[in-house]
Design a protein around this ligand. Structure first.
Ligand code: 4AD
Ligand code: MG
Length: 478
């Protein structure tokens, strides 16, 4: 029982059966008086079997309701800790084992399910072979600082940061391959975009160049969106996602080189854009502060209990929005300064990505990053050896990076040199170098983060809401 209310001789029970919600109407007289009374006192999240006649009703959730003729209580419960809409984030994270049943989390999980199904379907239907890569690794695949060490019978091993290097072996065998699994990074950043355990899908393709990769990535992401729009529009609506904006997302996506991105960041248009944004944030803040003051005044007076509860719930929401706005107001000038002073050569930071992403309505590819800022395996551009043949895909409207990928260095000597320059132990990568020794071919691939993608599609500001049991740097709740 998701929710219930009584008005005299009729009870409305909203039942959740796993497929969705259904309004069940219990009229006095249509069931025994004894059952009517029992149902009236049933607490939220009690479980029951319910029997009745289905009838179409426009006003009901899902367009149907059930005229109840009988019910059997399986488990009666009281004091369910999560009541509609009146808890802080921390409380809900500590109660995630129950919060999964709430409407927002429920809708997000359903959409995540579609995203994962679409990912598998896309690759399976396009000639890719699934190859499962290991979770315990002997050496780093990405930045060594983010490795999680595991004691493996006395020898250190690491939780995987990417399946890419093993996947490259498989690409030489099968041509088009993908892996899909949990990924671990000891990220020392408590941002809305970082988890320490997240799910990543990685395709790898033999005989592909950068243009081919971009085309694959935009078709892939468009397909995921198409599927979510088709299968989950009620969930998107409940979540308040921007459906028309998603409908617009079709290839081709925007293409910028890193150098062009730097020009945008340091340009006047961006400075103006950020200044206007600051004014908007300040106006929003004033409006919210005014509403909070109104509600606080009401709470101080004599009001009905239901009104008091309703106000309390609204106050929690408003205070959390106010916190977010204050952070944005505080950060705006810092981010503006970082952007204005951006020097060619650095990796784009989270705030830089946000700015570029806010200025576009479709995903943006940023390509050709400086070699010094990027991983050892990325192929050096033969026409400009300062940059690599890589790309990030930034989701629009401020969401930021959802994909990172590149063409791989396929020349033995160049790769060996990059491994050395990065200070990595050569003996750990002998097998990886072998791929460049025996029939090396141009190849490349990318990785898409599932939680970030779901956050973007569902307009959920924090990716911790996009996995059932999140693992974050500062806290693992349950
Ligand atoms: O850009 P990244 O680090 O790329 C790689 O790992 C490559 N080896 C992939 C490849 O070419 N096969 O990570 C890829 C994506 C990011 O764009 C982001 O969506 C996600 O993985 N990601 C994270 N998601 C949540 N929390 C984190 N800490 C993440 N780090 C990366
Ligand atoms: Mg990246």
């Amino acid at each position: 029982m998701y929710h219930s209310r009584t008005s005299g001789k009729v009870q409305f029970i909203i039942l959740r059966d796993g497929t969705g919600l259904c309004q069940c109407v219990v009229e006095k007289g249509s069931v025994s008086d004894e059952l009517f009374e029992k149902l009236r006192h049933l607490g939220q999240e009690s479980s029951l079997y319910i029997t009745g006649t289905v009838r179409a009703d426009q006003r009901s959730v899902g367009g149907y309701e059930l005229a109840v003729t009988n019910a059997e209580i399986i488990h009666s419960t009281n004091d369910y800790p999560i009541t509609p809409k009146s808890h802080g984030v921390d409380f809900l994270l500590r109660h995630r084992h129950l919060h999964l049943r709430s409407s927002r989390q429920w809708c997000i999980s359903k959409i995540r399910h579609t995203v994962i199904d679409a990912i598998r379907r896309f690759f399976n239907d396009n000639g890719f072979t699934l190859v499962d890569t290991p979770i315990l690794m002997a050496a780093a695949g990405e930045e060594e600082q983010t490795l999680f060490e595991v004691d493996y019978f006395g020898t250190p091993l690491y939780l995987t940061q990417t399946g890419q290097l093993h996947l490259e072996c498989a690409a030489a065998a099968f041509g088009r391959v993908y892996c899909f699994g949990p990924t671990f990074r000891a990220e020392k950043s408590k941002t809305r975009r970082h988890l320490t355990e997240f799910w990543m899908v990685e395709p790898e393709v033999a005989f592909i160049n950068l243009d081919g990769l971009l085309e694959l990535a935009e078709n892939f992401v468009s397909y995921i969106i198409e599927r979510v729009l088709k299968d989950n529009s009620p969930e998107l609506e409940t979540l308040g996602a921007d459906i028309p904006a998603l409908q617009k997302i079709k290839p081709p996506f925007y293409r910028l080189t890193y150098t062009q991105a730097v020009e945008i960041l340091t340009g006047d248009k961006t400075a103006k854009f950020l200044a206007e944004q600051l004014t908007q944030f300040q106006q929003q803040k004033q409006t919210i502060e005014k509403r909070i003051a109104e509600l606080e005044a009401e709470q101080a007076g004599q009001i009905k209990q239901w009104k008091r509860d309703k106000n309390a719930a609204e106050l929690i929401e408003l205070r959390s929005t106010l916190d977010e706005l204050s952070t944005k107001i505080e950060n705006n000038p810092k981010h503006a300064q970082l952007a204005a002073e951006f020097n060619w050569g650095k990796d784009l930071g989270g705030s830089d990505e946000t700015i570029i992403s806010q200025m576009h309505d479709k995903p943006i590819f940023v390509t050709h990053y400086p070699k010094q800022a990027k991983a050892f395996y990325m192929k050096t551009d033969r026409s400009n050896d300062k940059v690599v043949l890589n790309f990030d895909m930034l989701a629009p409207n401020g969401f930021g990076e959802i994909i990172g990928g590149s063409v791989r260095e396929d020349d033995y000597d160049m790769l060996a040199k990059r491994i050395e320059e990065k200070g990595l132990k050569r003996e750990n990568y002998d097998w990886y170098l072998d791929l460049r020794k025996y029939g090396s071919v141009p190849h490349g691939g990318f990785g898409l983060g599932v939680e970030r993608t779901v956050a973007w599609l569902t307009a959920e500001p924090h990716i911790r809401q996009c996995i059932a049991f999140p693992r974050m740097m500062d806290k693992v709740y349950i």
